[in-house]
Design a protein around this ligand. Structure first.
Ligand code: G3D
Ligand code: MG
Length: 189
């Protein structure tokens, strides 16, 4: 596996970008288990991992940094995580939804969860970043097909979908740059 060190450099730049541009934000990162959420965040923060704990019913990690809090949820198993949805709704200034691009089997489940979140749980104006992760692997769904399959095209929301790899860092910089700019525009900072 070829590691993109350029991306690593950009990541520290990205951390600074977060610090400079955003005073306080709570970001929710959702998706099925194994999509790559934790790996993405670890890459993003390059070791500044402060606090991790699982809670009952849903696999949740909270990473609290001086200027923003990342709330990471593994969503799956339907009933178990529903009580947490109101919390997502109340706290989130921006939603990141991670999809394993190679998990064709669970794409439909992931889609249903995504649409439930965006239609009933989040405040309408918040930016939504969809990461089609594991771009470094073969046998993945391509982005055009995914956007169609996930019914994103006609959504009346602020969203973007990027191909990413939490292994090489590909796409992470561009996607988070978009996200941070959107957070700013929605007056979070
Ligand atoms: P989650 O937090 O969404 O549950 P994790 O997912 O971050 O724990 O990742 C689940 C598995 O996918 C991990 O492998 C992780 O290394 C791998 N993974 C995450 N992102 C990528 C990616 O972009 N490319 C590839 N090839 N693998 C990725 P293990 O083996 O530990 O289960
Ligand atoms: Mg995780």
């Amino acid at each position: 596996m070829e590691i993109d060190f350029g991306a690593q450099d950009k990541m520290s730049f990205l951390r600074n970008l977060f610090k400079k541009k955003i005073k306080q934000a709570t970001i929710t990162i959702c998706g099925l288990d194994k999509a790559g959420k934790t790996t993405i965040v670890r890459f993003l923060l390059a070791g500044e991992h402060k606090d991790t704990f699982p809670t009952m019913g849903v696999n949740r990690e909270v990473i609290a940094l001086p200027h923003f809090e990342l709330d990471i949820f593994d969503l799956g198993g339907q009933e178990d995580f529903r009580p947490m949805w109101s919390e997502i709704n109340e706290q989130s200034d921006g939603l990141i939804y991670v999809v394993d691009s190679t998990d064709h089997f669970r794409l439909q489940e992931s889609k249903e969860i995504f649409h439930t979140i965006i239609s009933t749980q989040i405040r309408k104006h918040i930016p939504i970043l969809i990461l089609l992760n594991k771009f470094d692997l073969d046998n993945r769904i391509n982005r055009t097909e995914f956007v169609k399959e996930f019914a994103l095209i006609n959504l009346d929301l602020t969203w973007a979908c990027f191909d990413t790899s939490a292994l090489t860092g590909q796409g992470l910089y561009d996607s988070f740059e978009w996200f941070i700019n959107q957070l700013q525009e929605s007056n979070i900072s």
